[in-house]
Design a protein around this ligand. Structure first.
Ligand SMILES: Nc1ncnc2c1ncn2[C@@H]1O[C@H](COP(=O)(O)OP(=O)(O)OP(=O)(O)O)[C@@H](O)[C@H]1O
Length: 284
């Protein structure tokens, strides 16, 4: 079995020959990993996801999915290993009913009717679309259409899922459904690579963050080390997630876990001679 579900080896790509967009980018993603891709607008994040899906081919270097080189593997075979939600997710919807949209990928993959039915039911259930199976996708609002593309990805059931700003347009209910699906998919060993400008969402879910800047991966590490690093603001104008930003302002070691913050903050107050009571905090 391949060690990585996705690997970039020295990958370069440009839309315009005079201006390379990605310059010898290398990284690997293992089964069950949750990786966030962050960076300023135009850094090349969406392009990188399209290269990862095999929709684009590198100008130099290679992208592999398991043991398949995307440059030399046909799309139907790649589709068993990877699925992608576009930034403009509604543009990838092409059927007149929700159920047909979700059934399309498993049908194309050659599954029998019973398996297609099983996958569609599971996907509609996880995406909260059971009661709308026969509706037209145009009857859905923006967030629901994004959930419909998620349902199509769930029905595809690939070991690697790529998501380009997946939580745009979500209300609290859809975000809840989406986060539940994410946790269960990761628990089942699916690898997820997602782009997001919502750094609190990144801090809640990603175990690892790739920060793209200047055509390369400028930082690759856990959430606290990448998103709370002072260089982040210098690399690109992104504010840190709420908790690491608070830690920084209070001069407490950066963390993305509320329990850790509480512990660190109590330690700090204790070291400064404060006594913490139920109702009254006073200095001795
Ligand atoms: N199909 C295309 N043809 C030509 N240039 C493109 C194409 N797609 C993207 N680009 C250019 O490539 C650069 C990187 O775009 P990309 O969408 O990959 O960045 P991004 O980091 O995802 O940005 P954002 O956060 O705004 O979505 C931009 O300058 C963009 O204009």
């Amino acid at each position: 079995m391949a060690e990585f579900v996705l690997q970039f080896k020295e990958v370069s790509f440009s839309w315009d020959h005079d201006q390379p967009l990605l310059d010898r980018v290398s990284f690997g993603v293992q089964p069950g990993e949750c990786v966030a891709l962050v960076g300023r607008n135009g850094a090349g994040k969406s392009t990188l996801l399209k290269l990862a899906s095999g929709l684009l081919k590198p100008a130099a270097g290679c992208v592999t999915l398991g043991d398949m080189d995307t440059a030399h593997t046909r799309a139907p075979k790649l589709a068993r290993s990877v699925s992608l939600m576009f930034q403009e997710a509604e543009r990838q919807i092409s059927h007149d009913s929700i159920v047909d949209e979700v059934a399309f990928a498993p049908r194309m993959a050659g599954f029998d009717a019973a398996e297609v039915q099983r996958r569609v039911s599971r996907a509609l259930n996880l995406a909260g679309l059971v009661g709308k199976a026969n509706d037209h996708p145009l009857d859905l609002n923006g967030g629901e259409r994004r959930m419909l593309t998620l349902a199509s990805l769930i029905a595809q059931d690939t070991p690697l899922v790529l998501l380009d700003e997946p939580t745009r347009d979500f209300d609290a209910h859809l975000l809840d459904l989406f986060e539940s699906w994410m946790k269960s998919a990761l628990g089942a060993g699916t690898a997820i690579v997602f782009i997001s400008h919502d750094l609190d969402f990144v801090a809640r879910h990603a175990k690892r963050v790739l920060h793209m800047d200047g055509g390369e991966i400028a930082a690759d590490g856990d959430v606290s080390s990448v998103l709370a690093h002072p260089d982040l603001q210098e690399l690109s104008p992104m504010s840190a997630p709420t908790l690491p930003a608070l830690c920084r302002a209070l001069n407490v070691r950066a963390t993305t876990r509320l329990e850790d913050f509480e512990h660190l903050w109590r330690e700090r107050l204790h070291s400064e001679g404060w006594v913490l009571g139920q109702d009254v905090n006073q200095r001795v």
